[in-house]
Design a protein around this ligand. Structure first.
Ligand SMILES: Cc1ncc(COP(=O)(O)O)c(C=O)c1O
Length: 390
């Protein structure tokens, strides 16, 4: 089969100028199949996506740099797989759920009985709170961090020890350890941490987790694992394989760009997975399952997103440094930096420039969290940055 010319290809995919308001992420999968089957190199397709996505996002309203979403959306191969969901969309318990469980198990290197597929990784956290912390237990968590587990704990009347991060934004492991007692039902760590974006020292966190897990289950939230650049960085999944009382949560929302399709994962010992399964309140939908399965296998797309994220992140971190402001060392798809003004003022300023940025995370009320968009978006953002700072 011959390779499509660029002009033919743009016409075929609807990615040409006339289609600038159509999000590439919403192209019909049948069209994408023709592209993929038509001899266009996948790298070229991804490059074209990059060129078009900024225009499409701009046309849709302010650029969303507020929720750590993937600006590129789902992988073209995931989009192709979306259509396969239609074949099973009227069924309960579609077989792809088991397929995804096995694919994810291989992705992280564990047997399939160590995996629970959930509706986003937020559901792992709510299930854990339900399973362990109801009525009167205690939870130990760093602060600020991703709030779902502490919030669920409080809803279920657990006492939540919110242990302030240290002066480097690291988990204060000494203070956290001191809070673990006989009433502790769960210990939460988030690595890299949201909203601060930094990665913990591997050995220190590993030792803390292993130690704490002798006293209470430890949940390690690794939503941003795939963005980490530190050489040799390892998931805490190996502690699960050693049989420790550790639950790792991962997601299809971030590098895989499937936040709206709700797919996440818990990795734990089979006895813990069985316990958690009893508290599941709903099933992930078949489109989320199909697309997550395809995306986990699409290594080239993951590499593409990681590289583009690195470009945008470096651009923003360099600009913040040039302007003499402090930033946490980001290992994620967002940057946390000191604007020197109340976050609300910075939000208003950027809205005027066509960008939505993150909310305030007390006590850091003059630090802002900005998600990484496409490199082109970050170029525009950085150009507007000096006017935002005190
Ligand atoms: C650290 C962390 N964990 C979990 C989540 C939840 O992700 P999801 O439920 O989409 O998997 C987020 C979302 O931003 C997050 O930042």
């Amino acid at each position: 089969m011959s390779t499509l010319s660029r002009r033919q290809w743009l016409r075929t995919t609807g990615l040409g100028l006339g289609a600038s308001v159509a999000l590439p992420g919403l192209l019909p999968a049948s069209e994408m199949s023709r592209v993929l089957g038509g001899g266009v190199a996948y790298a070229d397709l991804l490059a074209q996506m990059e060129r078009d996505v900024t225009t499409a996002r701009r046309a849709a309203g302010p650029i969303r740099l507020c929720f750590n979403e993937n600006p590129f959306g789902m992988s073209p191969k995931a989009k192709d797989a979306l259509m396969e969901g239609w074949a099973q969309h009227t069924w309960y318990m579609p077989p792809v759920r088991e397929t995804l469980r096995e694919t994810f198990a291989k992705y992280v290197g564990v047997p399939a009985d160590h995996v629970l597929v959930t509706q986003g990784s937020s559901e792992v956290l709510s299930i854990l709170a339900l399973a362990y912390s109801m009525e009167g237990g205690e939870i130990v968590a760093p602060w600020p961090t991703f709030e779902d587990l502490p919030r669920w704990g409080e809803t279920l009347r657990a006492k939540v020890h919110k242990v302030p991060l240290d002066h480097n934004f690291d988990h204060d492991l000494y203070q956290m350890d001191a809070k673990i007692g006989s009433s502790t039902k769960l210990v939460f760590v988030c690595n890299p941490n949201n909203p601060t974006s930094n990665l913990a020292d591997d050995q220190a966190l590993r030792d803390f987790v292993s130690n704490a897990a002798r006293r209470a289950p430890v949940i390690v939230d690794e939503a941003y694992f795939e963005f980490v650049d530190r050489p040799g960085h390892r998931s805490m999944v190996d502690l699960v394989l050693k049989g420790e009382n550790v639950i790792v949560s991962r997601t299809a929302s971030k590098i895989h760009g499937l936040a709206g399709l709700r797919c996440g994962f818990a990795v734990a010992r089979p006895d813990i997975i069985q316990k958690l399964s009893q508290y599941v309140t709903g099933d992930p939908n078949v489109f989320g399952l199909q697309t997550a399965n395809a995306s986990l296998l699409d290594v080239e797309y993951q590499r593409f997103v990681k590289q583009k994220n690195r470009e945008g992140r470096t651009m923003l971190l360099d600009a913040v440094a040039r302007l003499g402001k402090k930033a946490a060392p980001s290992q994620t798809n967002f940057v946390f930096f000191q604007a020197g003004r109340p976050v609300q003022q910075v939000q208003e300023y950027f809205l005027g420039k066509g960008f939505l940025i993150g909310r305030a995370f007390p006590p850091f009320t003059d630090w802002v969290r900005v998600s990484i968009g496409t490199p082109e978006e970050m170029k525009q953002f950085v150009a507007a940055l000096p006017g935002a700072l005190a």
